[in-house]
Ligand binder design. Structure first.
Ligand SMILES: Nc1nc2c(ncn2[C@@H]2O[C@H](COP(=O)(O)OP(=O)(O)OP(=O)(O)O)[C@@H](O)[C@H]2O)c(=O)[nH]1
Ligand SMILES: [Zn+2]
Length: 183
């Protein structure tokens, strides 16, 4: 990868041997390796909690950086995950770990939203999962159409969070309310 970055620098009209660029290929290669290798040791710890029966749990503010696969430019995604806990709850930090895992690849916001929902559903062994993602795409703000204020929202609803409009509405309300929470 470092060799390819060196070639890219040359294609950009740069001298890869000038002092400021000498270590750039290695740095960029290291960054790509890091970006594409989310922590494989993360275990998705679940707990049995019989009193959490039919409880709506919403974890928001799962803020991650990903890369748009069309332009290889960053997109900042903020995920909100809701699920119906029914005797089995997932460790709260694990939502963030799953979001990081899904973000660290060349992505589209819609696919990220689906993959996040699917991974949470697998971890809690239930389809009662909802995911809302808000995204800012640098390919739309720093280049191309150049719209700094454009925001994209994607929603994936599954199980009872899809079939029960009251639950779906509660989820959407909480994803907004969460932004005014403590701290
Ligand atoms: N649906 C979707 N589109 C995305 C996402 N990220 C980037 N895009 C879009 O991918 C499209 C690629 O369009 P092209 O016409 O092939 O590329 P382009 O000429 O660079 O397009 P412009 O961005 O309009 O300049 C653009 O409309 C981007 O906004 C994403 O996560 N989801
Ligand atoms: Zn893009």
């Amino acid at each position: 990868m470092a060799g390819l970055v060196r070639e890219l620098l040359i294609a950009l009209g740069e001298d890869p041997l000038r002092e400021g660029l000498l270590d750039t290929p290695a740095r960029v290669a290291a960054w790509w390796r890091d970006f594409l290798s989310p922590d494989p040791s993360a275990t998705l710890t679940c707990f049995t909690e019989t009193r959490a029966s039919d409880q709506l749990v919403v974890v928001g503010g799962l803020s991650v950086w990903s890369l748009c696969e069309h332009h290889m430019l960053p997109m900042k995604l903020e995920g909100h995950v809701g699920y119906l806990a029914d005797g089995r709850v997932l460790g709260l930090s694990k939502f963030g770990r799953i979001a990081q895992h899904c973000a660290r690849r060349l992505q589209m916001q819609e696919r990220f939203t689906c993959q996040l929902a699917e991974a949470v559903a697998t971890a809690i062994r239930s389809q009662d999962v909802a995911v809302l993602v808000r995204g800012v795409h640098l390919c739309m703000s720093m280049r191309g159409v150049r719209m700094e204020t454009a925001r994209t929202s994607t929603v994936q609803l599954g199980g009872r969070l899809k079939t029960d409009p009251v639950l779906a509405q509660q989820f959407l309300t909480l994803t907004t309310a969460g932004q005014r929470g403590p701290g």
